[in-house]
Design a protein around this ligand. Structure first.
Ligand code: HSE
Length: 430
């Protein structure tokens, strides 16, 4: 078959990310043509409202409000799905693959929940789905895990993979704002959505962790395998205590593979100030990986935004175009993933940070120590400060302890008359 001079792209969606894709394909079109040896042409774009003003110049002739006009167009080689949502995108991608097209998507919710099924359809069709932009925006992660680090057994991955929460925590830590004020600032700056719940409650990060962990550990991951806790209960007071103890507070996504199975979790975490992830500020993302051969590797950059995410999507389009040009059937590595044992969260262990208020009277410390000792919880650091004439505020950091044991200690503290309130519980990583 003769090589095509031009490969045609159909887009589903032209919002913030889609506009970035179009801008990059337009402004770097010649650069891409030279690298690829083939021209890329956007043939059709499905949008909800063809009359809407766009942040990018677009020929109105390209626009349609019928997704079928894109998916079923026999001239289109590559479908770029940037419309978001799960059910509609899943149906559209399935049909595009069945129509023999390659697919590029930035849709983390979809790939985390239905990636295995869609990749199997792609494999059956001898095509592929590329999803570099679904995690870490412009930071290369999917391809490095699939290719550059493929010879390693990945022992651990740890990442700041949500820019909204990292911006909020940075504002709390550096500008002394409480959560709600920092969230309002993030919304005003355009880093947080009007409905920020998926970001601040950790769901966005958990979808991204599912994608990264599946690649890192070559395993199918269910969303229910991941423990998720967001940052809405983190107080400025805890960030200040953490700093006093030598830690920053970050929303971390953590995946580990041990002899007992996979451990997957997203939660606000105290991380030593000297750890490279502690200095990742504002909307930036960073992912820290440990491979048995390569050792420690860190990726850093912008995890969202029109052009950074567009950069990853355009790279995927170029990759899809290379496959078409050279008529190579991409081995879809995900098709060989197995289901690995996942350690239930209650059986995992951690160090804990705890802030509580107690009556300031003789014997209280001894009672606390007994409750911890009875639950086999060993204490590492303690700060006590006077709160008012009658109460003291105590901050404790434990040594590593099982989640179950720590819960037993907390239940015992709650029963104690001397304990006025348990204000914060956070996990600590060394
Ligand atoms: N809302 C995400 C974030 C970007 O704040 O990182 C898209 O995944």
């Amino acid at each position: 078959m003769a090589e095509k001079d031009v490969l045609k792209i159909g887009m589903l969606g032209l919002g913030t990310v889609g506009s970035g894709v179009l801008q990059i394909l337009t402004q770097n079109g010649e650069e891409i043509r030279q690298k690829l040896g083939t021209r890329l042409e956007v043939k059709r774009i499905a949008v909800r409202d063809t009359k809407k003003l766009r942040p990018v110049t677009v020929d109105p002739e390209l626009l349609t409000d019928q997704a079928d006009h894109v998916i079923d167009d026999p001239e289109i080689d590559i479908i770029v799905e940037v419309m978001g949502g799960v059910d509609g995108a899943r149906a559209a991608i399935t049909r595009a693959l069945e129509n023999g097209k390659y697919v590029v998507t930035a849709n983390k919710d979809l790939m985390a929940q239905h990636g295995v099924e869609l990749l199997a359809i792609a494999k059956n069709q001898g095509k592929n789905i590329y999803y570099e932009a679904s995690v870490g925006g412009g930071i290369p992660l999917v391809r490095p895990l699939k290719q550059c680090l493929a010879a390693n057994r990945i022992l651990k991955l740890m990442g700041i993979i949500n820019g909204t929460t990292n911006y909020i925590l940075t504002q709390m830590s550096c500008a002394g704002k409480e959560f709600s004020e920092a969230l309002a600032e993030a919304q005003a700056q355009g880093f947080a959505e009007a409905d920020p719940s998926s970001d601040v409650e950790g769901r966005d990060a958990s979808y991204k962790l599912a994608i990264l962990a599946s690649l890192a550990f070559s395993s199918k991951i269910e969303m229910s395998d991941i423990y998720v806790e967001g940052i809405s209960d983190v107080k400025l007071r805890d960030i200040r205590y953490a700093q006093e103890l030598g830690y920053a507070v970050k929303l971390l996504a953590v995946g580990e593979e041990g002899s007992d199975g996979l451990k997957l979790r997203v939660h606000p975490t105290l991380i030593p100030l000297k750890h490279p992830l502690a200095s990742v500020a504002n909307e930036f993302n960073a992912i820290f990986l440990e491979g048995d051969a390569v050792g420690e590797v860190m990726f850093f950059g912008r995890g969202a935004g029109s052009l950074p995410t567009g950069s990853a999507i355009c790279a995927d389009i170029i990759e899809a175009a290379r496959s078409i040009k050279h008529q190579v059937e991409n081995g879809i590595v995900e098709a060989t993933f197995v289901t690995k044992r996942v350690v239930p969260f209650v059986n995992q262990s951690s160090r804990f940070y705890l802030r509580l208020k107690v009556k300031d009277e003789p014997g209280v410390f001894a009672k606390l120590a007994t409750a911890f000792g009875d639950a086999r919880v060993s204490l590492d650091m303690i700060i006590q400060k006077r709160s008012d004439a009658e109460t003291a505020e105590i901050v404790l950091v434990t040594h590593g302890v099982g989640e179950g044991n720590f819960a037993v200690a907390i239940a015992a503290l709650k029963e104690m008359d001397a304990v006025r309130s348990i204000n914060s519980i956070l996990r600590v990583i060394e």
